[in-house]
Design a protein around this ligand. Structure first.
Ligand code: MN
Length: 291
């Protein structure tokens, strides 16, 4: 049975995160009306549409800040991003690479345009997602995964025109390499003009798609251009994508977390008491140290 579209959203007005990320917040938010749980376990999507950074002598990014109770997942389409955290992990990711940081019980990190890219300038296009961790994993030890494109498992169609990078979850018999704490899907699709791909999804999992390039047609009916987000109903399983032109699509899904949610700034917990505790622990230096 066909899984239908609930709504297609255009990009809301941008805002700056630090001085390095010019993002459109698709959810959760007042702009689109996608509430705190509608895309659960995904909690937040900030999308940096293609933006040309002029050359700079000053570093650009976000200075050290804490997180607890979530994971941050960054996907780069153009440009280069670097990351360092208080656990001692760090890395640089470029085109089609993914960075998956489990903040868990608490971490400090900084995210910025990689030094040489920043100096020379250029186009950056990326997505940052946050997952909300379920109660049983909120205080898990922090971890960091670099999921480089070349190392990921992919579905490639016989005619080579459809490439699906299976980052987390599974597509047909391809299983993503991301180590995840809950049932969750993250796929990155590159599809050539006039090609098609079918998905048999779990209708109990929430599902959305961000068109990051080109123009696609969903279920032989609805055309969606780049920089638009598609929220699906939970009413069926089958979805067909056809490329009206060469396109790239980020696909995210997962099993909703049926728990109370208390978000505040960089923390997402179950109760306001836990938020107060997070601030206290952060102020007492329990998240570690990062220059
Ligand atoms: Mn962060």
């Amino acid at each position: 049975m066909t899984r239908n579209i609930e709504k297609v959203f255009s990009a809301p007005p941008y805002h700056w995160v630090g001085n390095g990320f010019r993002v459109h917040n698709f959810f959760p938010g007042r702009h689109n009306g996608i509430d705190l749980k509608r895309m659960s376990p995904w909690f937040l999507m900030d999308y940096e549409s293609a933006y040309n950074f002029p050359p700079s002598k000053e570093p650009r990014g976000v200075s050290p800040h804490p997180h607890r109770g979530i994971e941050t997942v960054s996907i780069i389409y153009q440009g280069k991003i670097a990351h360092h955290d208080s656990v001692g992990n760090g890395g640089v990711i470029g085109e089609n690479d993914v960075q998956w940081m489990t903040a868990g019980s608490g971490i400090l990190h900084k995210e910025y345009l990689e030094e040489e890219f920043n100096r020379k300038g250029g186009i950056c296009q990326m997505v940052q997602l946050w997952t909300n961790l379920p109660k049983k994993h909120k205080m898990t030890a922090p971890t960091y995964q670099d999921l480089l494109f070349v190392e990921q498992n992919k579905f490639i169609s016989d005619n080579q025109k459809v490439h699906l990078n299976v980052i987390a979850g599974s597509y047909k018999d391809i299983i993503g390499k991301a180590e995840v704490l809950m049932p969750i899907e993250l796929f990155d699709l590159a599809i050539q003009q006039d090609s098609k791909i079918d998905f048999n999804t779990n209708k109990n999992h929430n599902l959305g798609m961000l068109v990051v390039d080109g123009n696609i047609q969903i279920n032989n009916r609805t055309n969606v251009k780049k920089d638009h987000f598609i929220l699906f109903e939970n009413d069926g399983t089958d979805i067909n994508i056809k490329a009206n032109e060469n396109a790239k699509v980020l696909i995210l899904g997962g099993e909703p977390i049926d728990e109370p949610i208390a978000p505040y700034g960089p923390f997402v917990m179950n109760t306001m008491d836990e938020i107060r505790q997070a601030f206290k622990d952060y102020e007492e230096g329990k998240f570690g140290f990062l220059e």
